[in-house]
Each structure stands twice: as structure tokens, then as C-alpha cells.
Design a binder for this molecule. Structure first.
Ligand code: FAD
Length: 467
């Protein structure tokens, strides 16, 4: 294991040059660095939109690496076999990566680390996915937090350290190992004709992420607290897409907002608090790896959730007849994201008015979101459904009409996606699969359920569970 052997930098969801501890350490070693992305079976199983967005992130990051004299080597296969093959080809003596807190990724990485070490290869993982690694935040009694507010209080005054400067050069290997062609992976194939529509809304890569942050700091953060719940307003940062792909670090956002919070600005404090919800989701998932697959509260296993159904399919297609819900489901399909307020309302409608298992909704979000984040998605669904830690009580059932009156008072959001010929509606019909047989001229669908009756049915089921 020569001192001068190359380092394989194994990239996963961390496509940035700035504040990237694993990349900075590899660059600082002075050794040749070979950045690699492995399309392993776990990654191939992701939903259509995340796979498409991954392809865009890979292309952008390859270009960014090109500007510092490097490139991204693409390989498909099992992670360990692929890394071992690359080690054999290149004589690399070390592999490093950013820790991924997703349970499946963690299991894979633990096995890879052990096997590499057994083969005499140095293997090292680095932080960077979250502000505070889950095991560094403990309650007074020890153990993980289950409730957000005390978690927020515990980390609010902490310093996650200053963001690292962008790496500006990487020493190349003597010769570059061959790379597969990104186009051959057909990562966008499952998006059908929706990809072109969604692409207009995506802001891909680190440069775009930093521009987005800049724009938000100039014109969004000050009014964030007042506007963040209004889906018709550009009142939030939009950075979840870039955070999900590691095109910007949470620490960079923290440092951007921190001076404002220290100075007492409500917008900055609210923004950092929301950012910490993302960390909290990873905290929960790291300590409860089944957050995305099982009711966090086991008593909810007895709840009469309904499985997938024709009603759930109408929810997915934005045909529930509840205008706010339908507009939001169209927003998801057109933009690959959905406003947070709308995520809560659509999730509440599915799990309460339609009494449908939250995992049905979680799966659709995982299929269609370009900011798909397994932890935030799981926490969000369990929070709304009432089955999660620190969840919204089940009996708090959002009324989509009341919510619309409050958060879309002039109907702008609903009109944009629902009114005949409106830009969002047009984009939706362009994005929707042909197999849905949608008719843009069809009248609005009749309500799937009467809102009061749906609410009463949900409450009765909840009372039965409690009884
Ligand atoms: P901003 O308001 O600008 O907030 C800044 C950052 O804080 C966000 O980018 C995000 O990283 C974090 N944040 C804000 N709100 C939340 C929240 N409620 N939970 C966790 N982090 C938050 N977010 C995802 O990134 N990916 C998902 O797959 C996802 N699925 C969700 C599913 C449901 C059912 C619900 C209710 C929420 C989900 N969220 C998810 C959280 C939230 O809706 C998005 O993070 C937010 O809409 C992103 O918009 P933004 O970047 O403009 O946020």
C-alpha cells in the first residue's frame, strides 16, 4: 500500500466542490484522486424522478470536476465488486466517502468498509450530509431526541464548524480508468415525456445552488417567516433540491443564516429552524432505521389503513375534486417538488379523508420528487399521519378548503394549475403519461369524498383505535 497510491473518492449524494470534507481531505493528501460514482442496485431501485435528477447531478458534477482538471468515473455494479475492480485497475490504496445516513446505504457502506480493510485498503468515511451527526446530539438522559423543539433548542447555539473552501485542483492519476457513458444508463427513461417539463424547474449543480442561495439571501430570507406558507409566493429558498443531491451543504446554509439569527431577525431564525428539521429527520432515521417503512408508534399497526386503491390513484393524478389537493398534485408532477404547506395538505387528505396508508403516499413522493430525501419524506408522512414521533395529532385533520382560504386566499395557486389554459395546467397535461388518458377539456372531477364525511370517518377510525 504505497504512500503515493491513488485515492478513490466514492461519491453518492454529495456533488459539490465546496464544504466537502472527504473531497478536501483527498485533495490535501497530495495523492492522485479518482472521483467515482457507482450505480449500484440500491440506487437503481430509486424512483423515476430521483433517478432522472441523479443523472442531471452527475453530468453537472462531471463538468465541475473538469474545470479543476479531474473527471467523474462512472461504473455500474455492486458497490464492493466495482470498487475492488477499480482498485485492481488503478493500484489505488485508499477509498473515502461522505457518510450517508440512509439505513440501506449505511449497511452497504459498513460491509464495504470491512471488506476493503480486510483487503488492506484504507477506507475512511467523512461527515457532510447533515449539520450535526446523529450520535453527537443526545438528550440530558442520553439517547436520541424524539421531539423537535428540544432538539432545536439543543443545537440552536451550536457551531457546526466553518464551511470548507471549494477545492480548486485535484492531482490526476497517471491514466484515467475507463468510464461508462452516462447516456447509456438511461436514468431518465422512466420519466416518459415528463422529463422535459420538469427540467424547466430544476436548478442543477453547485453553481445553480449557490445562485439560488444568493437570491434567497437578497430577497427571501427577510420575509421568510411571513411568506413561507403561501404556495403561490416564491417565499422559500427552493434549496431542498440541491440539498438532496449534496450540491450545497447544510453547513453553508447555516452560516449564511446565522448572522441574521444572531441579530434577532425572525426570517433568518425561522429559516434555520426549518433547516434543522432536515437534520432532525436524519437524526430520527439514524436512530429508528424503519422510519420509512414501519409505523414509528407500533399501536398504529392496528389502524385500519387502506392499501393502494382507485381513490389513491385519483389522488396521484390530481383528480380528487378537492381543488387545493389537485393543484398540489399537479405541482408535484410539473415541477418535481411541492410546496411544504401543500405536502402537508395532500398527505393529510390521503391518510385521513381517504384513510389510506401513509406508505402509499410516501412511495408516490419517492417516485416523483426531484428533492426526494428518504428521511424528510418518511418523517413528513409519519408526522402528518399521526404515527410518527412528535407527530401532529391524528384528530388535527386539515380541511383542504379551509387551508386554501387561509394560504391561497386569492386562489392564485389553484388557478395556475387548474384553470383551463393556465401555464401550470398546460404543463401538467404535457407532463402526464399518455396512459392516463387525460382530457384537458373535461370538467373538474366530482369530489371523491365529502370533506365532512371523510373527516367523520377518519375520526371514527381513530376513536376505534384508541378504544
Ligand atoms: P425552505 O422553506 O426554504 O427550507 C429550507 C430547507 O429546510 C429546505 O430546503 C429543507 O432542507 C429544510 N426543511 C424545510 N422544511 C422542512 C420539513 N418540514 N422537513 C424537513 N426539512 C425541511 N423535504 C425534502 O427535502 N425531501 C422530501 O422528500 C420531503 N418529503 C416531504 C414529505 C411530506 C409529506 C412533508 C410534509 C414534507 C416533506 N419534505 C421533504 C419537507 C419540506 O416539504 C421540503 O423540505 C420543503 O418544501 C422544501 O422547500 P424549500 O427548499 O423551498 O424549503
Amino acid at each position: 500500500m504505497g504512500e503515493d497510491g491513488a485515492i478513490i473518492l466514492w461519491l453518492r449524494r454529495d456533488f459539490r466542490l465546496a464544504d466537502h470534507p472527504a473531497l478536501s481531505a483527498a485533495a490535501a493528501s497530495g495523492r492522485p484522486v479518482i472521483p467515482v460514482f457507482v450505480l449500484d442496485p440500491g440506487t437503481e431501485a430509486w424512483g423515476a424522478a430521483p433517478r432522472w435528477r441523479l443523472g442531471a447531478a452527475l453530468a453537472a458534477f462531471d463538468a465541475a470536476l473538469g474545470r479543476i482538471g479531474a473527471r467523474l468515473v462512472l461504473r455500474r455494479g455492486g458497490a464492493l465488486e466495482t470498487l475492488l475492480a477499480l482498485i485492481a485497475e488503478t493500484g489505488a490504496t485508499a477509498v473515502c466517502w461522505s457518510r450517508d445516513l440512509d439505513p440501506a446505504a449505511k449497511a452497504r457502506d459498513t460491509a464495504v468498509k470491512a471488506a476493503l480493510k480486510a483487503a488492506g485498503i484504507a477506507a475512511r468515511s467523512f461527515p457532510g450530509q447533515v449539520l450535526f451527526d446523529p450520535w453527537t446530539v443526545e438528550t440530558g438522559q442520553g439517547g436520541p431526541y424524539r421531539v423537535f423543539t428540544p432538539y432545536w433548542k439543543a443545537v440552536r447555539g451550536r457551531d457546526p464548524g466553518a464551511p470548507l473552501p471549494a477545492v480548486t485542483a485535484l492531482r490526476p492519476p497517471h491514466s484515467w480508468p475507463a468510464s461508462e457513458a452516462l447516456g447509456d444508463w438511461r436514468l431518465g427513461a422512466a420519466m416518459n415525456r415528463g422529463a422535459a417539463v420538469v427540467a424547466r424547474h430544476a436548478q442543477v449543480g453547485e453553481v445553480a445552488a449557490l445562485a439560488r442561495l444568493d437570491c434567497f439571501l437578497q430577497s427571501g430570507i427577510e420575509t421568510y417567516a411571513a411568506r413561507r406558507d403561501l404556495p403561490a409566493e416564491p417565499g422559500t429558498s427552493g434549496l431542498s433540491e440541491n440539498l438532496a443531491w449534496g450540491e450545497i451543504s447544510a453547513r453553508t446554509l447555516w452560516h449564511a443564516g446565522r448572522p441574521g439569527m444572531e441579530a434577532g431577525a425572525v426570517g433568518a431564525e425561522t429559516f434555520l429552524r426549518e433547516l434543522v428539521w432536515r437534520d432532525f429527520a436524519w437524526h430520527l432515521m439514524a436512530h429508528f432505521p424503519e422510519l420509512g417503512s414501519r409505523n414509528w408508534r407500533p399501536e398504529w399497526d392496528a389502524f385500519p389503513w387502506q392499501g393502494d386503491s382507485a381513490a389513491a390513484e385519483r389522488w396521484r393524478r390530481g383528480e380528487t375534486g378537492a381543488p387545493f389537493v389537485d393543484a398540489a398534485m399537479r405541482e408535484l408532477f410539473v415541477t418535481g417538488t411541492m410546496h411544504n404547506r401543500a405536502r402537508m395538505i395532500t398527505a393529510s387528505y390521503l391518510t385521513k379523508h381517504l384513510l389510506t396508508d401513509w406508505r402509499v403516499g410516501l412511495a408516490w413522493f419517492a417516485e416523483t420528487l426531484i428533492d426526494w430525501d428518504p428521511a424528510s419524506n418518511a418523517m413528513g408522512w409519519q408526522w402528518v399521519a399521526g404515527s410518527g414521533p412528535d407527530a401532529s395529532p391524528f384528530f388535527r385533520i386539515f380541511n383542504p378548503e379551509g387551508q386554501a382560504a387561509k394560504f391561497d386566499p386569492d386562489g392564485r395557486y389553484r388557478r395556475h394549475y387548474l384553470a383551463a389554459g393556465a401555464p401550470g395546467a398546460q404543463a401538467f397535461f404535457a407532463a402526464a403519461p399518455r396512459s392516463w388518458n387525460l382530457d384537458p377539456a373535461a370538467p373538474p372531477p366530482a369530489p371523491l369524498v365529502d370533506l365532512a364525511a371523510g373527516r367523520a370517518r377518519a375520526l371514527a377510525a381513530y376513536q376505534a383505535l384508541k378504544g
